[in-house]
Write a protein of this length. Structure first.
Length: 68
């Protein structure tokens, strides 16, 4: 088991802004809601883009800042 820990020491383990934003979007939208939202049309995409810009990116930035 110590072999695995020794080999993984050189791996990068931090999540960046892009990773955190995409994770939050996946949690909120989810794959089950994607089909239903597609039926509602292009207006739903505008709401998703607004949520990404106004909520998910700032939230990820705050989480990264607080982790440091």
């Amino acid at each position: 088991m110590s072999d695995a820990f020794e080999r993984s020491d050189g791996l990068k383990r931090e999540l960046g802004l892009r990773d955190r934003v995409l994770t939050q979007i996946l949690f909120a939208i989810g794959l089950t809601n994607f089909g239903n939202s597609a039926k509602l049309g292009a207006s739903r995409v505008a709401f998703w883009l607004a949520a990404i810009l106004l909520f998910y990116i700032p939230q990820a930035m705050v989480v990264i800042h607080l982790n440091r």
